[in-house]
Design a protein around this ligand. Structure first.
Ligand code: SF4
Ligand code: SF4
Length: 247
């Protein structure tokens, strides 16, 4: 089992309730949380990234970790893995954030809201300087490494990533969202209406494998040539159907 990055963390942290993490971002959701979010009438963005075994050096543990949170799809005359991230759109701010900067659905807030500022990905170390929490929230409170509840929430989030992977891809296909960015090069960001996504989610039928043909969007000439050599279908030119966010 991959160790939680929380288990080795000796950083102190205490949330000061500033609400900064509830503004200007996408908040990843599990599939159940996506359903609840949509039923509240809020919008969910779909972020897609594709990869195969060439995305990391041979034998890298990142490949196994990401394979478990992805699903296989057909792309051109080959197949690859796609990770679908469903994320609450809290830009410019979360619809559940009150004027007092407190969460109005605190008892039901998503897992990621409970975990922040910790990282869920075991290959990303916590860096306080990259977080929105103010200086006074660090170096006070409990050691993050001794917080068993936080560790369990991180493990729960990773498990949901694995459990939901196939159904999230099926939902993307049902909505016609089949262009993914190449992992590490970018993310495609799709913004379906909450009504359309809720209908698609509630009428989703269980099936085992991908039924659509996917395309890859990338913005690097060498990468594009390499992907073409591997017989993947590429998305060319600009599109109004999604945003390409280059990394
Ligand atoms: S659900 Fe609550 S904790 Fe999560 S981003 Fe919205 S206001 Fe913040
Ligand atoms: S940004 Fe940090 S300190 Fe502020 S509410 Fe979010 S978790 Fe708490």
């Amino acid at each position: 089992m991959i160790q939680s990055n929380n288990e080795t963390n000796d950083t102190r942290f205490a949330c000061v309730g500033c609400g900064a993490c509830c503004r200007g971002r996408f908040v990843p959701l599990t599939l159940n949380e996506t359903h609840a979010w949509l039923r509240r009438g809020h919008s969910v963005a779909v972020l897609l990234e594709a990869f195969d075994e060439t995305a990391w050096p041979q034998g890298a543990p990142e490949f196994d970790y990401n394979t478990l949170r992805s699903a296989p799809v057909t792309c051109g005359s080959a197949s690859l893995q796609v990770i679908a991230i469903f994320a609450a759109n809290v830009i410019p701010q979360c619809p559940n954030l009150g004027e007092d900067d407190l969460c109005s659905i605190y008892a039901e807030r998503p897992l990621v809201c409970r975990i922040y500022p910790m990282e869920i990905n075991p290959f990303i170390a916590l860096s306080p300087s990259s977080k929105d929490c103010p200086p006074e929230s660090w170096d006070q409170g409990a050691l993050l490494g001794s917080d068993r509840e936080l560790t369990n929430q991180i493990l729960q989030s990773r498990q949901a990533d694995r459990d939901d992977a196939q159904r999230k891809i099926q939902l993307c296909e049902a909505m016609g969202l089949t262009v993914a960015a190449w992992k590490g090069n970018g993310l495609t960001i799709h913004m379906p209406t909450s009504e359309a996504m809720l209908v698609a989610l509630e009428s989703l039928e269980a099936r085992d494998s991908s039924q659509s043909t996917w395309r890859i969007k990338a913005e690097d000439e060498d990468l594009l040539e390499a992907l073409e050599r591997r017989s993947y279908a590429l998305e060319g030119g600009a599109s109004t159907d999604f945003i390409f966010h280059q990394l």
